[in-house]
Write a protein that binds this ligand. Structure first.
Ligand code: PLP
Length: 360
């Protein structure tokens, strides 16, 4: 029998959202934190222009895109690396800096792909407890040991939606040994940029990476583009691991067009935040527990796992797909992406009805 390597055989396939439509109901997918509106027209136009040269390989260095990002964020272009989604960068970071004797550490309810990336690298995955759904720097520092190679923190967090301050992250960095690489995943950073400045300046220390994505605020999930700010030496090592020509020409062009249209992205964030706060208020008004969010989703906490399952069944019967969070230990929670107003209205109505009919 042909068997895969043991650490691959032990893995389950990465759990993606279950997007199966129910008979007769239009599908309302709110499970993947996609943007509530299509890409910027500037992004689409730029991508369309690349189709005629589809017989040519893309620019392996993503030069125009990296230059635009460097200009926008006032960082050196040499420190920027792009990936086919930030997931590619996360996987490459784990492959490069984690392994059997170099564990990956993350908060208890962290983005589940951190775990997958650790296991793909054959590395142990360890977690530190959180405090009221927020990353606890003290718990991370206490959990980091001599075998820790890599610490992943998503800020704002997914699925918690919570944010910790720049000062707290700087304290985490200060407290970790210099031999530990800290990766701060800011996939939702654009939704919180008005609260705290981005953390790109921490990268100059040489032991910290900050990741961003085009999948959320920029609305380019289908194009698969992520990027990050890296110490030059770490970027060089990662480039040995990442596949050459990883970001397609159309994707580079779309992302470049999107970066140049900041007004559109900012408007998406403002729209999203307004709808998010409206939904949160409506759900809280009928008795749901919905924590504060700094992202394009909300986390609804139910009394019990059974309540969450029952509510999810009711939503599924209406074609509404949310994301259960048992995979990260939040068995009584459902995550809802902030989609279009009409979809959220439907969610609020269905959940209110469920709440009325269900003993709490
Ligand atoms: C969505 C998400 C990503 C994945 O982003 P891609 O760029 O689409 O690969 C990474 N990190 C977190 C925390 C996310 O929620």
């Amino acid at each position: 029998m042909i068997a895969p390597r043991a650490h691959i055989a032990a893995l389950s396939p990465y759990p993606l959202a279950q997007l199966h439509p129910r008979a007769g109901k239009p599908l309302i997918p709110l499970a993947q934190n996609e943007s509530l509106r299509p890409p910027s027209p500037a992004a689409l136009q730029a991508a369309a222009q690349t189709l005629q040269t589809g017989h040519l390989y893309p620019d392996p260095d993503c030069t125009a895109l990296r230059q635009a990002l460097a200009d926008l964020h006032s960082v050196a272009m040499e420190s920027i690396l792009c990936g086919a989604g930030s997931m590619e960068l996360i996987a490459a970071l784990a492959q490069t800096f984690a392994g059997p004797r170099r564990a990956v550490l993350a908060p208890a309810h962290a983005y589940p792909f951190f775990r997958t990336a650790a296991y793909l690298a054959g590395a142990p995955f360890e977690t530190a407890s959180e405090e009221n759904g927020r990353v606890s720097v003290d718990a991370l520092l206490a959990a980091a040991g001599p075998n820790t190679g890599l610490v992943f923190v998503a800020n704002p967090g997914n699925p918690t939606g919570t944010l910790i301050s720049r000062a707290e992250l700087a304290r985490l960095r200060e407290g970790l040994p210099k031999t530990v690489l800290l990766v701060i995943d800011e996939a939702y950073g654009e939704f919180a940029d008005h609260i705290d400045a981005p953390l790109f300046d921490l990268v100059a220390r040489g032991d910290t990476v900050v990741l961003r994505s085009f999948s959320k605020a920029y609305g380019l999930a289908g194009f698969r583009v992520g990027w990050g700010v890296f110490p030059p030496k770490i970027a060089q090592d990662l480039r040995k691991v990442i596949l050459p020509n990883n970001v397609t020409a159309a994707s580079q062009a779309a992302a470049h067009g999107a970066v140049l249209d900041q007004a559109y992205m900012r408007q998406t964030c403002a729209l999203t935040i307004a709808l998010r706060e409206d939904l949160r208020q409506r759900l809280r008004a009928v008795g749901f527990t919905v924590g504060e969010s700094f992202t394009n989703f909300l986390l609804i906490d139910f009394q019990t796992e059974g309540h969450a399952r029952s509510a999810n069944e009711t939503l599924l019967a209406e074609g509404i797909i949310l994301r259960p969070q048992g995979g990260v230990g939040l068995h009584a929670s459902l995550r809802v992406t902030v989609g279009e107003a009409k979809a959220l209205d439907h969610v609020a109505r269905v959940l209110s009805g469920w709440h009325k009919e269900t003993p709490q």
